[in-house]
Design a protein around this ligand. Structure first.
Ligand code: HEM
Length: 464
């Protein structure tokens, strides 16, 4: 009996130690933070999906108005919330060499191959992928895709008019999610799925599944968060999403005989990279004895291609469709701004003989301002994340953080802070007019992030 009791007490003690082992970190550094609970850390509500990540960090940002830094324990991991735009600049740009990690993998050896995509990959794999994929996101490539975009936009126009004739209510979020799915299918994958009309199209199913979190997903995620080393081989992306993406990409590559088809879409780019053989480049992590970066390489195999296709779809779909629907939402509540947009669209189209084209969209200046203002109030990504690759002292401060400390940049909170934007709750597209835009402080308006790891798809959103 005594032995059983001793084992039980030891186990409880070890578990308690494990679940609280980092909790003295911020106190020892004199950094304020919320109370932390064993295993859960300071973000119970976010971990149990009661509040979103962005809302949680916005609340934290507001509750410590006089601090430059706020300590956070995400489960047992140490993170630091930045409140000063100068520190944001250091992390995202000036000292990027120390903050090139996004740090989303729960364990450095997590084995799910679907995590090897640009958004989550870290270190050398990220750099090799970013260098190879950047050429896909140029204005030239975008212009080449424009006829496909117009075709989808015209279908959207017809469908929206039909729905308005049939009913007083339109689910704009759903409509734009379908449009974006169609758009990404055509421009990224060369597939016409007609998701606008067909709720059961493969892309629509994929989009719905990626952003639907099931109970099994939650249990898996919590196990991985609490015991990352033990559950590092548990699927991070659900098997049905992986199967759907892999079979879709395989099918398209086979149709193209594994050679670029001159469609200039995302799959063509993947096939071009594959044809070039191994990705080779300078390491961001390892140095030779003489201090020069080591040369590293990685095979660009089919699984890596499927993982990139997954992120292209996942990162592009929800962000773009929510940005467009938030903008329409704002315009619905601000008829005066809506009228200005409408007038501008009519005038610009007249100038371009009623033909929608890349140049015409670029000419719609007020519409662009409305988009920017909408992304300020409702950014689809409300926090930016990085991780420290080694010990780092913040300039003009006594704070030194260690390798592996997470960095949280609460861009939504900063975009809604009256210190930076007068009457931040109000929708005022004129904030982004050529006369006013210089009043916006640097490094506080970040809907696409900033620096070498900013959104690679930013250019596409000029026209979506
Ligand atoms: C309005 C639409 C979009 C918004 C608001 C948006 C926003 C963002 C943000 C905030 C980040 C993180 C940046 C950082 O950490 O500094 C990001 C990263 C990324 N986005 Fe977007 N995005 C949008 C559309 C797209 C599209 C259409 C694509 C793909 C075609 C895309 C692909 C990516 C990828 C691959 C990354 C990771 C980049 C890296 O880590 O190197 N995004 N996006």
């Amino acid at each position: 009996m005594f032995i059983i009791l001793s084992i039980f007490v030891t186990l409880v003690f070890v578990l308690y130690w494990y679940g609280t082992r980092n909790f003295g970190y911020w106190k020892n550094k004199g950094i304020k933070h919320d109370p932390a609970y064993p295993f859960i850390g300071s973000n119970f509500k976010q971990l149990t999906f009661q509040v979103g990540l962005s809302d949680y960090f916005t609340d934290l940002y507001k509750r410590y108005p006089n601090e430059r830094f706020v300590g956070v324990y995400l489960s047992t991991d140490k993170s630091l919330l930045l409140r000063d735009p100068r520190d944001v600049q250091h992390v995202l740009i000036t000292d990027f060499h120390n903050f090139y990690l996004r740090g989303l993998k729960l364990h450095k050896d997590e084995s799910d191959p679907f995590l090897k995509h640009l958004f989550i990959a870290d270190g050398d794999l990220w750099k090799l992928l970013r260098v190879r994929m950047t050429p896909a996101f140029t204005t030239g490539k975008l212009k080449a895709m424009f006829p496909l975009i117009i075709e989808r936009a015209q279908k959207l126009q017809v469908l929206a008019a039909e729905i308005c004739n049939e009913s007083d209510e339109v689910d704009v979020k759903d409509l734009l999610a379908r449009y974006t799915t169609d758009f990404i299918g055509a421009c990224g994958f060369g597939v016409d799925m007609d998701s606008l009309h067909d709720e059961n199209s493969l892309f629509r199913k994929l989009g719905n599944r990626i952003f639907k979190i099931t109970k099994t997903d939650i249990v898996k995620m919590l196990l991985k968060v609490f015991f990352p080393a033990i559950f590092k081989d548990l699927d991070a992306v659900s098997p049905d999403v992986k199967n759907m993406t892999t079979s879709l990409v395989d099918q398209i590559m086979k149709q193209r005989n594994y050679k670029p088809s001159e469609r200039n879409d995302f799959i063509d780019l993947m096939l071009e990279i594959r044809q070039k053989g191994k990705m080779i480049g300078e390491s961001i992590e390892k140095k030779n004895p003489d201090g020069t970066p080591m040369i590293v390489e990685e095979e660009f195999n089919d699984l890596l291609i499927a993982a990139q296709a997954f992120v292209f779809f996942a990162a592009g779909f929800e962000t773009s469709s929510s940005t467009s629907s938030f903008t329409l939402h704002q315009l619905a509540f601000h008829p005066e701004a809506q009228e200005k947009c409408q007038k501008e669209i009519d005038e610009v189209l007249q100038k371009y003989e009623n033909k929608l084209c890349y140049e015409a969209v670029k000419d719609m200046k007020y519409l662009t301002m409305a988009f920017k203002e909408s992304m300020r109030i409702f950014p689809s990504v409300g926090v930016l994340l990085r991780k420290s690759a080694s010990k780092y002292t913040f300039p003009d401060s006594d704070l030194t953080i260690d390798e592996g400390v997470g960095i949280i940049i609460p861009n939504h909170a900063m975009q809604m802070d009256e210190k930076y934007f007068d009457e931040p709750e109000k929708f005022i597209p004129e904030r982004f007019s050529p006369e006013n835009i210089h009043n916006i402080k640097n490094h506080v308006y970040l809907p696409f992030g900033e620096g070498p790891r900013a959104c690679i798809g930013k250019i596409i959103n000029v026209v979506i």
